[in-house]
Ligand binder design. Structure first.
Ligand SMILES: [Zn+2]
Length: 98
């Protein structure tokens, strides 16, 4: 597992200024606006604390991401793409990049 570097930690602190990456909530009275690292690929599956694998999410969205979105995305990809990610996801399917 790769440990977060000073650069990655700074990225996370800067990223938290905009609020949760899903709902936009901020909790200004808490450190990092109350947001936390949420891994796209969890450390148990080989993911690390690098920027491309992390989202800054509020506690509610972090749980929803892990418990609702990940299983739903996994099932859809497993059924339709046999484990291969659709190329159209690379830049955000049907949306302008954020
Ligand atoms: Zn949120």
């Amino acid at each position: 597992m790769v440990k977060p570097t000073a650069k990655t930690k700074k990225w996370f602190v800067d990223r938290c200024e905009d609020g949760c990456q899903i709902c936009g909530m901020k909790f200004p009275h808490l450190k990092s606006n109350g947001l936390q690292w949420s891994h796209i690929i969890s450390p148990n599956d080989g993911g690390s604390d690098i920027e491309i694998n992390c989202l800054a999410l509020c506690p509610n969205c972090s749980v929803a991401f892990d418990v609702i979105l990940k299983p739903a995305i996994y099932k859809a990809i497993d059924k339709f793409y046999c484990g291969m990610m659709p190329k159209s996801w690379e830049k955000g399917e049907g949306r302008k990049s954020i």
